[in-house]
Design a protein around this ligand. Structure first.
Ligand SMILES: [Zn+2]
Length: 267
């Protein structure tokens, strides 16, 4: 069977179809990964843990090497698309469904154009956000209006900080009540039963209040942000550098279904 696996793999070039072949011909239902393990196992050419001629080889070394070449070529083919750098990868979110917008490209007259599209739409058509957004267009909008996006963000941030937080107040009140209750009990002004009863009541209420503190953006950095020097550095940067420049600055950009920037959350 091992010999048959090797020869089928050399013919088909795929450990997936080889797994199917094994399934159809033997009483075994292997994972493609199990087939891959067999094809890469040096024990079949007699080597075991780097000891040559440890056991009798059942596969010719030439055939074994050809199989390894197929895997090596696959890797290079497979890794090629990852060389494509999407400047906004992992930063864009669909404003409709909250899913990530994944990078995609199209070649026109040998030039690659980059786009982003809602993953929920592209995978299952489960979102109405069908339009893709052009990377270049988005990049220009961001570069041009970066200051105003930051200003708006800082304004909203300070307004939120200044606003009273009713939940926080409620939590502080309950904590105070609990302290008072403890005092009463320690001074023998209430019984253990009374203490327990009220304690449980307050704790239950306290547990219901969950003040979610949103992650703090780096406000000091944003306030000092020099848009002009960012732009100068950006225009000289390559795609990879551009990607990290945006990632250092921005946590997420929400894109509406008509391709507008709904809001930006800064890092
Ligand atoms: Zn969506």
């Amino acid at each position: 069977m091992i010999q048959a696996i090797f020869s089928h793999f050399l013919l088909s070039g795929s450990h997936y179809t080889t797994a199917n072949y094994v399934r159809e011909n033997w009483n075994w239902n292997p994972n493609p990964s199990a087939i891959k393990k067999i094809l890469q196992n040096t024990v079949y050419i007699g080597n075991y843990h780097n000891i040559e001629n440890y056991c009798k080889s059942i596969i010719d070394k030439k055939i074994y090497d050809q199989a390894q070449d197929i895997f090596a070529n696959k890797r290079t083919i497979k890794s090629a698309p990852t060389n494509r750098v999407y400047i906004f990868s992992r930063l864009l979110k669909c404003a409709d469904c909250g899913q990530a917008m994944a990078g995609t490209y199209q070649t026109h007259r040998r030039i690659e154009y980059y786009y982003y599209r809602c993953e929920l739409y592209s995978r299952r058509r489960a979102c109405t956000h069908s339009k893709r957004i052009n990377e270049k267009v988005l990049e220009n909008i961001l570069l041009e209006s970066l200051e105003s996006y930051i200003d708006q963000y800082l304004m909203e941030y300070h307004a939120k900080i200044a606003a009273p937080n009713p939940l926080k107040n409620e939590r502080a009140k309950l904590t105070k009540k609990l302290e008072k209750l403890k005092d009463l009990y320690l001074n023998d002004l209430i019984s253990m039963d009374e203490y327990r009863l009220d304690y449980n009541r307050y704790m239950e209420k306290l547990n219901q209040i969950q003040v979610v503190d949103s992650p703090k953006p780096n406000i000091a950095t944003l306030e000092k942000f020099q848009a002009e020097s960012f732009r100068t550095a950006y225009l000289q940067a390559n795609r990879e550098q551009r990607r990290s420049m945006w990632r250092n600055l921005i946590r997420a950009i929400f894109i509406t279904s008509d391709n507008r920037i709904e809001r930006i959350s800064f890092a």
